[in-house]
Ligand binder design. Structure first.
Ligand code: GLN
Length: 279
């Protein structure tokens, strides 16, 4: 069997399960099974596939067919300017979260030396992206999930920032050390009652999405902690749900934060709040 025929089989399998991205997914999974780039694959469609590779490929296609996100099967996802190692223990990095990177980079210029904290580091894609673009900054990243901490450490290593980041397994309530110029967080913010209706992938870790009642329980913790750990005039940048702008700005103001900016994502939903701790 040649590669083209293998792809054809995969197209059929994915199509029959209504996977609309069947073409690109099959190509990505085949190149991944063969350890070659997609371009190389396309140039070599007439080449033969070994039984071993074909079986490996079909196993991945079966996973995709069961609706497992392609990022988990490939164990990687592009975010900002880089590729990150991920697995089912962390949320798949989302494009809307790139606004948090962009806003942080807007605040600090290239050579500034600042201390950052990320609450709920997950895969580490946020803090890693920021530190790669701000070579004099250093950071602490915390997460209450040991499996996520391990992945964040792998990504810090992959991207050569281990000397500037310390990744700690702790929940936000028990973390009390240091004073920071900037705190970022993309906490779980989905209303716990809505989780099942949102069509959130059954494969992703629920505790990275479940924000409790009204989805704001973790946001409240992040804001309280930030008001304690930020320097005066320090910045807090958080990702929020599209319907949380009013409630979160109210909580921020109550905690003596000034609202600098509310950023919309590409789908025009309120997604990110930049604020300053006033005193
Ligand atoms: N934006 C994510 C989603 O809608 C939620 C991320 C989060 O809870 N932090 O799936």
């Amino acid at each position: 069997m040649n590669l083209l025929k293998a792809l054809d089989v995969a197209y059929g399998l994915l199509k029959s399960n209504n996977i609309s991205s069947y073409k690109i997914d099959s190509e990505l999974l085949l190149s991944d099974s063969l350890n070659i780039s997609k371009e190389e694959l396309i140039l070599n469609l007439k080449k033969k596939i070994t039984i071993d590779s074909y079986n490996k490929f079909l196993l991945k296609i079966e996973r995709r067919r069961a609706n497992e996100p392609i990022a988990y099967i490939l164990k990687k996802k592009e975010f900002w300017k880089n590729e990150f190692y991920i697995n089912k223990n962390v949320l798949i990095p989302r494009p809307e979260t790139e606004h948090l990177v962009e806003e942080t980079l807007n605040i600090f210029s290239k050579n500034q030396k600042k201390k950052l904290l990320e609450i709920g580091i997950g895969s580490g894609c946020l803090i890693t992206s920021i530190l790669k673009d701000r070579k004099n900054c250093s950071a602490i990243g915390i997460d209450n999930c040991l499996k996520a901490v391990k992945i964040a450490k792998i990504n810090a290593k992959l991207h050569h920032i281990t000397n500037r980041v310390k990744i700690i397994k702790t929940d936000v309530d028990n973390f009390n050390s240091g004073k920071y110029d900037l705190i970022i967080s993309n906490p779980p913010y989905i209303d716990k009652h809505q989780l099942k209706y949102l069509g959130v992938s059954e494969y992703e870790p629920l505790k990275a999405l479940n924000g409790g009642i009204n989805g704001i329980e973790m946001l409240i913790k992040v804001i309280n902690k930030s008001s304690q750990l930020l320097k005066v005039n320090g910045k807090l940048i958080v990702e929020i749900g599209s319907d949380q702008k009013y409630i979160v700005t109210r909580i921020l103001k109550k905690n003596k934060f000034y609202i600098n900016k509310i950023v919309k994502d590409l789908s025009n939903y309120d997604r990110c709040i930049v604020s300053t701790k006033l005193n």
